[in-house]
Design a protein around this ligand. Sequence first.
Ligand SMILES: [Zn+2]
Ligand SMILES: [Zn+2]
Length: 248
Amino acid sequence: MLRLTNNFNYKICEKGHLIYSHSGPVSDKFCNICGKSFVTECAGCATPLKSTFESPVNAINGEPTIYPNIPGACTNCGFVFPWTNKPTEGSTMSYDEALGKIKKICSRFHNVVKQLRQRYNDRETIEIEDEYDVQDVLHSLLKIEFDDIRTEEWAPSYAGGAARVDFLVKPHMILIEVKKTRKGLTSKKLGDQLIEDIARYKQIDGVQSLVCFIYDPEERIQNSSGLITDLESLDKEMDISVIITPNT
Ligand SMILES: [Zn+2]
Ligand SMILES: [Zn+2]
């Protein structure tokens, strides 16, 4: 005899992912989607969040068919939960919006470069030859959305050296690291460089997010999705996004 409904235990991670278990409390320590910690009580008033729900089950695989609503804020004290989109202090944009805009600019970068080559009557244009050229064009594009873009912030010294960060988008505290592929800079070397950079950047106060923008105009990177997965899953405390264009 099939059971028609079941009780599920669940937890919500800082990003708002709902992770459930079929029997007993969720034993995972971190979210299996994003790697963030779980929120089990309101940070404002310590009221525990709901952790069980009942749902009719799919007769074939036993999975729930109805999921609980994830509240945006605490009904007891009004505290807004971390997964709820709210503007960053000092900005009209939320962190998620800001990150989305940065990713969009990076992923459209090659289209912009191609367009810049098309000058009226073959007039002079900016040629993208090295990392500095990429940085300058990216900086201009970021100005469309962001007022406060810091350059040359220095990471604390780590393993004997300080690291220059290409851009810090305040007030969202999103770091952007720019790379351009070239002959001799293999995927392996590029990955190793970024792993070192990530270790350094983690130590900068208040920074939780890093966007690694890899401009690969000659499509030298063979396995871009592998590189993206490896780097994005590297660190649980930092939100790492890797954008390789025009490959992805
Ligand atoms: Zn998550
Ligand atoms: Zn509360």
